[in-house]
Design a protein around this ligand. Structure first.
Ligand code: COA
Length: 400
């Protein structure tokens, strides 16, 4: 017998729905861990490929394992030709997140493992999704600008190849490493909205691609991954603003949100934001400090205003500094959330595998919450059934 617990309109805050071994957040202390390792250590010393391996397989790879994993990812980077053919027919103003989401079932159509429900088959599908989502984002950026998509370069690392396929120019090592660190920092984040969406979809035994498409849809919203593009919109609006604290205060007075600040779990600064803030500073020194300075001014004004309003826990999250970082890397605003997705796909796929192949005692069930029905009820509250004939008469009486 299932005990009914009423948590309506809480967005499931504080409700534990499954076990996971993939990542952990200490929201009070501002700590994020992937498979037991602090993200700072991973960002400092690992590559995104190592982190993707870690998330998928549960342990850091040795030299042989990572060579094999990277080789497989590099070989899987090419897109099936029918994808670029269809992209060319799509409206050029289609948003990259919609294109990314729509491309996932297209990728599914030619995946030889699609209906193989074995664990190894799911790992192979994960690897292909990790390899190909960056290619989709880069291909769409080029096609919508009237350019031809570029073939992947197997000699390049994951991040460097994405920048090459996007800009048609081999990036310098530093730029590629910065992007690689961003991918590490965004790779997983426990049961956030998009990961929950992926897990919820595959709890029905739908395939991995169906789960990932749902995850991309959830990520696109401005309260989730879409926040980075909104932060950049805010910074561009503020470019000519003389009174940043006044702007922040007026915005809050109108009941609007400061994008990139606040978090459902962190009650202190998001550790990823701390790291990205340093990166924004370094990039600012290289490319001109304007965006770094502006972000810091918004942060300072926001922190003061939230403290004054008794909400000191509202602090910068991952999107706050990733926006200026991407902007300084030459990434267009509407490609910022797709970059989040091409990293987070590693976490989503790991969660999908965990959802599908958990040990018997931890096996999650099909997600099926309840809602409280507050609508009309059979003959009560003025809801009397009338056959069409009578309803039709009423309508003709009204409209003559
Ligand atoms: N700007 C202004 N007010 C904010 C805020 C922000 N960035 N973040 C939270 N708040 C306020 C809400 O308005 C709400 O106020 P109220 O109690 O007076 O209604 C209160 O704090 C709680 O917010 P709520 O959305 O209910 O819950 P939460 O703390 O779980 O919110 C977010 C988490 C992420 C949805 C929220 O902080 C937000 O919208 N941030 C901006 C969008 C963003 O950056 N998203 C990316 C997250 S990684």
């Amino acid at each position: 017998m299932v005990q009914v617990v009423n948590v309506k309109n809480t967005g499931l805050r504080g409700v534990t729905v499954a076990d996971t071994k993939i990542s952990f957040i200490d929201g009070e202390k501002g700590v994020l861990i992937y498979r037991g390792y602090r993200i700072e250590e991973l960002a400092e010393h690992s590559t995104f490929m190592e982190v993707a391996y870690l998330l998928l397989h549960g342990s850091l790879p040795g030299r042989k394992e990572i060579e094999e994993f990277e080789k497989q990812v590099r070989e899987a980077r090419g897109l099936p030709e029918y994808m670029c053919e269809s992209f060319r027919k799509w409206p050029k103003d289609a948003k990259p997140m919609d294109v990314l989401q729509a491309s996932v079932p297209l990728l599914a159509m030619s995946d030889p493992d699609l209906f193989n429900e074995g664990r190894d088959a799911n790992v192979r599908m994960a690897l292909r999704l990790i390899a190909r989502l960056p290619a989709v984002a880069a291909a769409w950026q080029r096609i919508r600008n009237g350019l031809e998509p570029l073939p992947p370069d197997r000699a390049l690392s994951h991040a460097a190849n994405f920048l090459w396929q996007l800009h048609g120019k081999k990036p310098d090592e530093e730029a590629a490493r910065y992007l690689d660190i961003c991918l590490i920092l965004h790779a997983d984040h426990t049961f956030n909205a998009s990961t929950f969406a992926c897990r919820e979809v595959v709890s029905t035994r739908a395939h991995m691609y169906a789960g990932v498409a749902a995850g991309i849809g959830a990520l696109s919203g401005s309260l989730h991954g879409g926040a980075n593009a909104e932060v950049m919109k805010m910074l561009l609006e503020l470019e000519a603003e003389k009174d940043v604290p006044g702007w922040v205060s007026a915005r809050l007075e109108k009941g609007e949100r400061i994008m990139g600040m606040g978090h459902a779990v962190y009650k202190t600064m998001d550790p990823r934001a701390k790291y990205l803030k340093q990166m924004a500073k370094r990039l600012g020194e290289k490319t001109g400090k304007k965006w770094q300075d502006l972000s810091s001014q918004v942060e300072k004004a926001g922190l003061e205003e939230f403290r004054r309003r008794g909400k000191p826990e509202i602090q910068p999250n991952v999107d706050f500094y990733s926006a200026p970082v991407y902007h300084m890397m030459g990434i267009p605003r509407d490609l910022m959330t797709p970059i989040f997705a091409i990293s987070r796909v590693s976490g989503w796929c790991s969660h999908i595998i965990e959802e599908k192949f958990a040990e018997a005692q931890e096996k999650p069930a099909l997600y099926r919450p309840q809602a409280e029905y507050v609508g009309n009820y059979c003959g009560l509250m003025g809801c009397e059934y009338e056959p069409m004939q009578q309803r039709g008469q009423q309508a003709s009486e009204i409209f003559g």
